[in-house]
Design a protein around this ligand. Sequence first.
Ligand SMILES: NC(=O)c1ccc[n+]([C@@H]2O[C@H](COP(=O)([O-])OP(=O)(O)OC[C@H]3O[C@@H](n4cnc5c(N)ncnc54)[C@H](OP(=O)(O)O)[C@@H]3O)[C@@H](O)[C@H]2O)c1
Length: 344
Amino acid sequence: MKALYFQEHGTVNNLKFGEINEPVLDSNTHVLIRVRACSLNHLDLWVLAGWRGLELPLPHYGGADIAGEVEDPGESEVLQKGDRVVVCPGYLDGPEDEWSRAGQDSLSPSYKILGEARTGGFAEFISVPNHAVHKIPDNRSFEEAAAPLLVGLTAWRMLMTQASIKKGDSVLIVGSGGGLNSFSIQLAKSLGAQVIALTSSENKEEKSLKLGADIALNYLQKPDWSKDVIRVTEGLGADIVVDNVGAASFSHSLKAVKRGGTIVTVGNTSGPKLEIDNRYIFSKQIKIIGSTMGSAKDFDALLQHLWSNKLKPVIDQSIPLENGKEAYKILEEGKQFGKVVISV
Ligand SMILES: NC(=O)c1ccc[n+]([C@@H]2O[C@H](COP(=O)([O-])OP(=O)(O)OC[C@H]3O[C@@H](n4cnc5c(N)ncnc54)[C@H](OP(=O)(O)O)[C@@H]3O)[C@@H](O)[C@H]2O)c1
C-alpha cells in the first residue's frame, strides 16, 4: 500500500511517499479500515522530529485523525464492509491499572496515540481494535469527520471534564489560529461561553470572529495583551484561560485570568519552561489544570455533541497523500487557520 512515511527522524525533507507493507488483520479483535482522510496535528511534527527516549520501529508514518470505510470488519458484530467510520485517536496499550479502571484512560501510563506510539493514518489502510471504531453520519465528508477527532477529544476533556466550563463563562483562547484552539472556539461557544480569541493577524482575528468568538485580540500588535483581556472583561479577567502556547504566553495568562479562575493547559507550542510569578497564583487563588487527550467516555460525549450540534471543524485545506509533505510544511510554518487534512 502507499504511505507517507519516514525512515529517519528529522525534518519534513525526510518524508517519503511510496510503497510499504500492508497491515495484517487480527480479525478476532481488529477491523481493517480503508483510510479516506487523516488530518494533521502538531504532534505529527514532534514525532517526525523525534525526541530523546522515543524508539519507534522504522519506517514510521503518523496520523491520529482517521476517517474511512470498513474494508474488513473481522469478527465485529456491529460493523460491516463499507461502513463510513472514524477511529478514536487514543488507546490503552497495557495491563489495567487504577486509572484505566476508573475510566481515566489518558492518565494511565499505557495510554497511547495513533501515529505516535504506533503507525497511523497517513497510509491506505490501518488495522485498529473494533471497539475504537464509530460510525459517522451520512452528511459528513471524510475530511469533516477526520478533522475534529484529536483536537475535539482534547478540547472536550480540557474544557468540560477538567475546567468544568459553564454557560456564561468568559473563555480566553491563546493562539486561536491553531487546529486545537480554533476548534476550542467553536466548542466553547456551543457550550454557551463568551469567547475571547487571541491571535497573530487581522485575517486570523476575522476568522476567529466568524467561527463564533465574541472578541478578537492581537498578541503581536499588543505584546502586553493581558491588559486588553482585563479591559474587555470589565476589569475582571477571564474565567477560563486556555494556554497551550507555554513559554511565550504563560506569564501573561497569569495576569489575564480572573480571581478564582482557571488556567488549563494541554501543551507548550513555544516551549515548556514557563515564567511563573507565584503571587498571581496564591493571591488570585487560581487553579492551573493540566489535561491530555481524553478517555473513551470523553470521545463518546464529543461525537454525540459534534453530530447533534452540527459542529463542523474549520478545514484550512485538504491535500492529497502524495503531496503530504506540503501539509507538514504548512503546519511547521504556522500558516494554517484550523486543520490541514490529508486525503487518501
Ligand atoms: N496534551 C494533549 O492532549 C494535546 C493534544 C493536542 C495538542 N496538544 C498541544 O497543543 C498545542 C497546539 O496544538 P495544535 O495542533 O493546535 O497546533 P498548531 O495548529 O500548530 O497551532 C499552534 C498555534 O499556537 C499559536 N502560537 C504560537 N506561538 C505563539 C505565541 N508566541 N503567542 C501566542 N500564540 C502562539 C499560534 O496561534 P495563531 O495562529 O493564532 O497565531 C499557532 O497557530 C501543541 O503544543 C500540541 O502539542 C496537546
